[in-house]
Design a protein around this ligand. Structure first.
Ligand code: AR6
Length: 184
């Protein structure tokens, strides 16, 4: 794992499986129905057990659906993480549909949800960079910008990007380094 200090906080970038995370909260790249699915969403539901889907259903009964860029929190049930923060990234079309702003808001709202619930450590996947088709380099730059900003404001003590594939890890690590160098 690579770890960078940002004021009083830490930003980690690591290769791994989010369902094995030892963080207090993990972020799920969900769909607006919070209905479970493939990718990291499927893996999280599989590991958390059926109570997670039930908790998601109750939220959807209240709010209808979760708009892209927003976030909600549930318990982690059978996961070692205490909490799951569910967000919905943008579906990437051509980059001219506000995708970048929506992705930034998704990362930011997850960090704010963590802060508002007293969560000190939170692990993220590469939101939108799978089924939703966000170009990897651009998605990584957005993640780096949003996490560095939130950590500078000490919304959480530590955030980590947990990337499932070597190529994703390499691209996200470079994006974080670029962001930190740009900020010097
Ligand atoms: N740990 C960490 N990252 C993972 C894991 C894992 N266990 N499994 C996959 N990834 P995706 P999206 C990576 O498609 O693009 C779902 O069906 C994966 O390699 O999971 O936001 C939802 O229900 C990729 O880099 O999320 C939605 O319908 C990253 O997680 C839709 O997909 C995100 O890929 C959301 O699409």
């Amino acid at each position: 794992m690579e770890r960078f200090s940002i004021k009083e906080a830490w930003l980690g970038v690591t290769l791994g499986d989010l369902t094995q995370s030892g963080a207090q909260a993990i972020v799920n790249a969900a769909n607006p129905q919070l209905a479970g699915g493939g990718g990291v969403d499927g893996a999280i539901h599989q590991a958390a057990g059926p109570e997670l889907l039930q908790a998601c259903r109750e939220i959807i009964q209240d709010i209808g659906e979760l708009p892209a860029g927003e976030a909600v929190i549930t318990p982690g049930f059978n996961l070692s993480a205490e909490w799951v923060i569910h967000t919905v990234g943008p579906i990437y079309r051509d980059g001219a549909q506000g995708e970048r702003e929506t992705l930034l808001r998704a990362y930011r709202n997850c960090l704010k949800t963590a802060r508002d619930n007293g969560v000190a450590t939170v692990d993220f996947p590469a939101i939108s960079c799978g089924v939703y088709g966000y170009p990897l380099e651009e998605g990584a730059a957005v993640a780096a910008a949003a996490l560095v900003e939130g950590l500078e404001m000490a919304w959480v003590r530590e955030a980590r990007l947990v990337l499932f594939k070597q190529r994703t890890f390499d691209v996200f690590l470079q994006a974080v380094k670029n962001r930190l160098e740009a900020g010097l």
